[in-house]
Design a protein around this ligand. Structure first.
Ligand SMILES: Nc1nc2c(ncn2[C@@H]2O[C@H](COP(=O)(O)OP(=O)(O)OP(=O)(O)O)[C@@H](O)[C@H]2O)c(=O)[nH]1
Length: 369
């Protein structure tokens, strides 16, 4: 038996911190920013409401058009912590009141939503304009294109649309001599899990600890006879990391369904009347035996994160080993959090010192000890 803890110290070597997304200003940590842009009625607000507010897709039919930039903090867990800025459909880059330089400078990802059920010629030219402007200000932005509302299309049609949009968008960039701008494309719909999967990938790119988390998951599954494991943010059902084997949509959907079952059952039977209502805590766990000799195993990792694993029934017979390895995995995740918090704290301290030096009146400098 390989003990998981034996390999733990080398994992932390992978830990690194990128600070280009996270600015520290006057003791406030500015979270990575994700922008939602696209033409009017392309589905931006619906995406935000469905993924982060549990709005049912049908209710989005009654959403009103956004007419100003809406900012929202998403701080579900220590890892999934960012700001989403939902933009009104048509942004005028030439409007002097719109300080796009400031906006793009602090941006980690720009999601451009294209309505696939509509004619997308205008959307493509808007995409080109937005991306080229943003790139000039901040070449580190991740450009993510959601080819959205694909629920109305057949599988062949989806692939064809994706190929066409991909080609045209990249041709436009090549014509402008900007081949180095990389666009990532996703087929999405709020009526299935594709929007959660796409958002998971966008968010993962903003998590500097991702290689560490993946590495920990790889070690965990290979020592426990597990086939696939996901680390989920329970509230949003975004998976923030998985092991390095490929993800298939069906497995991801099953995980989302399992989380829903756990939360629903806990809400109904797990809470006593006087509790404020956290249906997810240290005791949360679930085992589901599927009819194809696969077992799904969910366990709480932190207040906001859950590990969901897929394994064969025969591997589940060694549950003791799995639980022991899980214990080591959980401790490792806590260490990653601790290091992250320490770095954040020292950055904050440093910036406070710099700030106080700069802002002392009458030129006197403060030398903090
Ligand atoms: N079929 C389908 N309709 C969608 C989907 N996502 C959003 N919609 C619909 O598209 C319409 C417009 O959605 P909104 O979210 O208001 O669009 P928006 O881009 O925020 O619009 P503005 O605020 O005007 O910029 C609504 O009627 C939604 O129900 C989807 O995945 N599939």
């Amino acid at each position: 038996m390989t003990l998981y803890s034996a390999v733990l110290p080398c994992c932390t070597e992978y830990l690194y911190f990128s600070n280009y997304h996270t600015e520290v200003r006057n003791s406030n940590i500015v979270k990575p920013r994700i922008l939602l842009m696209g033409l009017r009625r392309s589905g931006k607000s619906s995406i935000q409401k469905v993924v982060f507010h549990k709005m049912s897709p049908n209710e989005t039919l009654f959403l009103e058009s956004t007419n100003k930039i809406c900012r929202e903090d998403v701080s579900n867990s220590s890892f999934v912590s960012f700001q989403i800025w939902d933009f009104p459909g048509q942004i005028d880059f030439f409007d002097p009141t719109f300080d796009y330089e400031m906006i793009f400078r602090g941006t980690g990802a720009l999601i451009f939503v294209i309505d696939s059920q509509d004619d997308y010629v205008e959307a493509l030219s808007r995409l080109h304009l937005t991306v080229t402007r943003a790139y000039k200000v901040n070449p580190d932005i991740n450009f993510e294109v959601f080819i959205h509302k694909v629920d109305g299309l057949s599988d062949d049609h989806k692939i064809e649309k994706q190929r066409d949009i991909h080609k045209r968008a990249n041709d436009d960039l090549a014509d402008a001599g900007l081949e180095r701008i990389h666009l990532s494309f996703y087929l999405t719909s709020i009526y299935d899990h594709s929007i959660f999967e796409a958002f998971s990938k966008v968010v993962q790119k903003l998590i500097p600890q991702l290689p560490t988390l993946e590495n920990l998951l790889n070690i965990f599954i290979s020592n426990s006879g597990i086939e696939k494991a996901f680390l989920f943010d329970v509230v949003s059902k975004i998976y923030i990391a998985t092991d390095s084997s490929p993800v298939d949509m069906q497995t991801y959907e099953l995980c989302c369904d399992m989380i829903d079952v756990v939360i629903d059952i806990s809400c109904i039977y797990g809470l006593t009347g006087d509790e404020a209502g956290t249906p997810y805590d240290k005791e949360s766990m679930a085992i589901i035996h599927l009819n194809n000799t696969t077992v799904m195993y969910l366990k709480e990792v932190t207040k906001f994160l859950a590990l969901v694993c897929f394994l064969r029934e025969e591997s589940f017979e060694r549950k003791g080993l799995i639980d022991y390895n899980f214990h080591c995995f959980k401790k490792a995740i806590e260490e990653v959090f601790d290091v992250r918090l320490k770095v954040q704290r020292s950055r904050k301290l440093l910036s406070q010192r710099r700030w106080s030096k700069q802002t002392v009146p009458n030129g006197t400098q403060v030398h903090p000890h």
